[in-house]
Design a protein around this ligand. Structure first.
Ligand code: PEP
Length: 262
């Protein structure tokens, strides 16, 4: 298996997730998934994850049928009840392996706090879903040399109190907000520095041995043109891809990760 070494010498399998955001309804989503499915299955060295909108999950699941894993883009932490418009963890069971939590668009547009993201992450584990938890600083934080403080606060606030024995199911996405959808990716070195910081903070919470099995992705304007430099860095276990995941470039990204990490 390709990838960096984790706990007990086990390899961390590279993971590339495509966040479709609010794009592709059921028909378009099914057609697009069908068009890339065979190519993704042919790259088993990398775990590919498609994250369509909630309303599209069932249609894409009918096509992928477990051959490529799916993720939701969000969920609420309660299992059921009077929460109009929300999706519960139990509704995702059987459809999704992963759920993206705390994406900066959720934090920024919908007021999600570290505390809420943490409750959702705990619920994901409780209901057998694997959280992909996003953290990342704003440009003003980076310019003011506050990246470390900002990331530390987010990691401690969003990722505390999780079941340590299942931490290898956790994925963390380092997504600097200024790099998302802007065409201005971080440098691989800057990304790797923050990924190392995230690991160090997690190690304070859970111990270094447990944390060695956690995968940490980079996200922010990743395309097939720049993925190689991120994949070449052993600290970075893959990518969370937005815009480029809506096109066949997603397959090229997965292929490149397989080649570079192979
Ligand atoms: C994202 O939405 O998580 C993301 C990284 O978007 P983009 O790749 O378009 O920057």
């Amino acid at each position: 298996m390709s990838g960096a070494t984790g706990a007990n010498g086990a390899r961390r399998k590279p993971i590339v997730a495509g966040n479709w955001k609010m794009n592709y309804g059921p028909t378009e989503g099914r057609e697009f998934a069908e068009s890339i499915l065979g190519d993704l299955i042919a790259i088993p060295q990398v775990e590919s994850v498609l994250c369509p909108p909630a309303i599209t999950l069932t249609a894409v699941h009918a096509v992928t049928d477990g051959a490529v894993k799916l993720g939701a883009q969000n969920m609420y932490f309660e299992a059921r009840g009077a929460y109009t418009g929300e999706i519960s963890p139990t509704m995702l069971q059987g459809l999704c392996t992963y759920v993206i939590l705390g994406h900066s668009e959720r934090r920024g547009y919908f007021g999600e706090t570290d505390e809420l993201v943490n409750r959702k992450a705990k619920a994901a584990f409780e209901y057998g879903l694997r959280p992909i938890v996003c953290v990342g600083e704003r440009l003003e934080d980076r310019d003011a040399n506050l990246t470390e403080r900002f990331i530390t606060t987010q990691v401690k606030g969003s990722l505390g109190g999780l079941p340590a024995e299942r931490l290898s199911e956790l994925v963390v996405a380092y997504e600097p907000i200024w790099a998302i959808g802007t065409g201005r990716a971080a440098t691989a070195q800057d990304a790797a520095d923050v990924v190392s910081l995230i690991r160090a903070q997690l190690a304070e919470l859970y111990g270094a041995e447990v944390v060695a099995g956690v995968r940490v992705q980079y996200g922010g304007s990743v395309t097939s043109a720049n993925i190689a430099e991120f994949a070449a860095n052993p600290a970075i276990d893959g990518a969370l891809v937005g815009g480029a995941s809506l096109t066949p470039d997603f397959v090229a990204i997965v292929q490149c990760v397989a080649e570079v990490k192979g």
